[in-house]
Ligand binder design. Structure first.
Ligand code: MN9
Length: 309
């Protein structure tokens, strides 16, 4: 039985990076270090093997090993959501069952990709995963996998066991509309880090995103300020956070996030091909961009910036 019901999964939830060694093999020691690093902060949970976690670039066995390692290291301190999306329902079901056995609290998935499946087939996919695992499902809606329509979201949200959505899009008015139609208990997680404060303002229950691997202190600040009604201060912190996010997006986001962890003294490793490597010039350019922000704003409570000279 999951320790944390979905309605208690709130706040800032890093979409955890998966560290790989230089030969692209999975680095489970680094995964433990990163888990500790993130769990030492006031995070609301961890989201594993999704887009940021390069889940689609890993084998099922690797994904399972990573999940087991993180669940073990987190030691029940924070809720764990496992993205189990794969190109076949059978493979997703297998990972969903494993997530349950490994001690995860919830599963999540993008809709089935590549072929254009009918709405009935997509709905069945989610029903099958909930049934196979017995875990609650958080639908992952992101343009990368083809955004599902609002009506389809409502249909998926009414499936028994579907208890929330991770909503990564700039059409934030949907956050408000989803709550209106599916009720306050249906959890909505805002997935665009650069719009976090807008997501909160529209009623999101939590934030799930990639940059929280390195920017968690800023977003925990935004979360707390916004929840206490100090939107003006929250907006200022979001402005600072966005300086970093747009710097990261200007470089190559995935390898950049890992390099940024390295600056913080945490082994982020490399991203798997076809993602590119950051060469020395790229690292130097990133460092120069960060140092420029540090010169203007100070270290902003961010470990990676504190260490940079
Ligand atoms: O859903 C992430 N989206 C992707 C989560 O990975 C495509 C976000 O956290 C973005 O990476 C972030 C930066 O644009 O908002």
């Amino acid at each position: 039985m999951p320790k944390f019901p979905v309605k208690n999964i709130k706040g800032v939830i890093p979409a955890m990076l998966t560290p790989f060694k230089e030969d692209e093999s999975l680095d489970l020691d680094a995964a433990r270090k990163l888990t500790r690093y993130l769990c030492d902060k006031d995070i609301g949970g961890l989201y594993l093997t999704g887009s940021t976690g390069e889940g689609f670039l890993m084998t099922g066995e690797e994904r399972k090993a990573f999940v087991e390692t993180v669940v073990d290291e987190a030691g029940g301190k924070v809720p764990i959501i496992v993205h189990v999306g794969a190109i076949s329902t059978k493979a997703s079901e297998d990972m969903a069952r494993h997530a349950m056995q490994a001690g995860a609290d919830a599963i999540s998935s993008v809709p089935p990709i590549y072929w254009k499946f009918s709405d009935d087939e997509v709905a069945k996919y989610y029903e099958d995963l909930v049934q196979a695992s017995g875990l609650p499902m958080i639908v992952y809606n992101i343009a990368l996998a083809g955004l599902v329509s609002f009506d389809m979201l409502l249909r998926l949200g009414s499936i028994q066991g579907v208890e929330g959505v991770k909503y990564t899009s700039s059409t934030l008015y949907d956050v408000l509309r989803i709550k209106e139609k599916l009720g306050d208990d249906f959890m909505v997680y805002s997935g665009s880090d650069e719009l976090a404060i807008s997501g909160i303002a529209f009623g999101a229950d939590g934030l799930i995103g990639s940059t929280y691997n390195v920017l968690a202190p800023l977003f925990i600040g935004i979360w707390n300020l916004a929840k206490n009604g100090d939107m003006e201060s929250a907006r200022k912190v979001q402005q600072t956070a966005n300086r970093f996010i747009f710097t990261m997006l200007k470089h190559n986001l995935m390898p950049t996030l890992k390099q940024t962890l390295e600056f913080a003294g945490i082994p982020g490793g490399i991203s798997r091909r076809p993602f590119g490597l950051m060469d020395e010039a790229g690292v130097a350019a990133l460092k120069a961009d960060y140092l420029k922000i540090k010169e203007e704003l100070g270290d902003c409570g961010l470990e990676f910036l504190r260490n940079l000279t």
